[in-house]
Design a protein around this ligand. Structure first.
Ligand code: HEC
Length: 222
């Protein structure tokens, strides 16, 4: 029993420590709009062109994103398919196998389909905005949010040549696309939610009248 208490105390302790660790990192607000299809399309192109050489998004199909983001099938077939994908119904694969990634970077680049759900959009946006020059790190760049990061900063060129506004817009689009990818039904769910609430409000009147009708008799008997 004592051992159990000790284990619980240790667990709580480490949870508090973790929370304290995370709360020291200040995150920037991603401020994305999942209903902005222009932004999602730009994000999709950025993701596919810049990130899939290392990261896959193996739960996302090209056909689904083409339909949701209103990108024509020809456009997808000629400009988007990468790394072994030949059909529009294929999922987003990566050029790198997890083993190769582990050999080269020490950590396999994780699949990013659900990344925005796992870390949250503010974290993803802050991570993408958080790379800074650090001569002591392996690839010359470190990250404010993920210290000693193993990912080479492949957008260093963009970050240096673009204005801060342009670059942060790109990173916001990328985050927005990753948010969409983590739950493609989200824009639809949010729109539909409004109708559900209107429906429930309208339903309230007959339900209230019905309740009054039932209770009238019961009150009458008393
Ligand atoms: C050259 C290979 C490479 C490319 C290209 C690349 N990454 Fe990475 N990425 C990695 C590696 C390796 C890690 C693991 C880093 C670590 O855990 O230290 C990583 C980690 C990440 C993480 C953090 C995962 C987590 O939760 O710990 C995110 C988010 C991410 N990458 C996003 C991107 C995005 C967006 C792009 C495209 C702009 C991209 N990456 C391009 C190699 C790459």
């Amino acid at each position: 029993m004592k051992l159990l208490y000790l284990m619980i105390a240790l667990m709580l302790n480490s949870m508090v420590l973790h929370a304290a660790e995370d709360s020291t990192i200040e995150l920037n607000s991603a401020d994305t709009d999942i209903h902005d299809k222009e932004s999602l399309r730009r994000g999709a192109y950025l993701f596919i062109n810049q990130c899939t050489s290392c990261h896959s998004a193996k739960y996302m199909r090209y056909s689904r994103l083409a339909k949701d983001l209103e990108i024509s099938e020809e456009d997808v077939m000629s400009n988007m398919l990468r790394f072994g994908a030949t059909k529009i119904s294929d999922t987003i694969s990566s050029a790198m196998t997890p083993d190769a990634g582990k050999n080269v970077y020490g950590v396999a680049p994780p699949d990013l389909t659900l990344e925005a759900k796992y870390r949250g959009v503010d974290w993803v946006y802050s991570y993408l905005m958080g790379f800074y020059r650090d001569e002591n790190s392996t690839f010359g760049y470190n990250n404010r949010v993920l210290n000693n990061v193993a990912m080479p900063w492949i957008l260093a060129g963009n970050q240096e040549t673009m204005s801060k506004e342009e670059f942060s817009r790109d990173m916001r689009d990328l985050t927005n696309f990753m948010d969409y990818m983590a739950e493609p039904i989200k824009p639809w769910r949010q729109n539909f939610g409004k109708y559900v609430i209107i429906f429930l409000l309208v339903l309230l009147l007959p339900v209230w009248l019905l309740k009054r009708e039932y209770w009238r008799e019961i009150h009458g008997l008393r």
